[in-house]
Design a protein around this ligand. Sequence first.
Ligand code: SAM
Length: 246
Amino acid sequence: GGKLYLVPTPIGNLEDITIRAKKILMQADYVAAEDTRTSGILLEKLGIKNQMISFHKYNSKKKAPELVEMMKSGKVIAEISDAGMPVISDPGFILVQECIKNDIPVVPLPGPSAFATALIASGFDAQPFTYYGFLPRKASEQRQYFEAMKLAPATSIFYEAPHRLVKTLHNMVEVLGEQREIVAARELTKIHEEFVRGTCSELLEHFDQNAPKGEFVLLVSPATNTEVELDWDDLVAQVNQAVDSG
Ligand code: SAM
């Protein structure tokens, strides 16, 4: 019967495609791809010939019901994004929801994703962690996320575009403080893979001097006891003040 496969593709190194992913991409009736041109190049490099359907965030609402009908009639669709896991900061979520609603099996394949790849080498505790995807661009909105990360007893992970990184690091210094430990994971699995580790102000200085190039994952260390305690003291002070004035 029809079904939906969610197929991860490499985030840089072509050898990270799995044997199973390759097999599913070859056997599926259609490959639904975010960008058929980019994915066409990938499939060609992998020696896969298959018919592609364009499925991206701008046509997904309209296209999802069409794909569901195809799967209902027995077609197998493999969904891929430009890189890494579909659904993770990429299209696919609507299609997964529609399949579930329509009793169409959804089969996820394990494989590369930038956030998990960055996390395991960050040196920060991997349990618990929070993945935010891309943060809002507006500084005031971005700051609310950093406020949350500041007190979170979990490693925080997000994606950032190179041309926005320095501005974002400025924001981080202001909200998280100069001393908070962070990591920038750059160009994972590629030739220029690099981990820049240090405090917020150290990373700001580094990228001020070395213009950010390539793809980035940012990680913020979990709040330490001091941070939480500081906030606790603050909270007690606020409560006392409220009691005094009330
Ligand atoms: N679906 C992908 C995944 O599973 O990671 C994420 C897609 S999102 C549209 C693209 C962003 O992921 C990039 O802007 C970058 O922040 C991050 N990214 C993707 N590949 C990366 C890599 N090789 N190294 C570092 N970050 C990467």
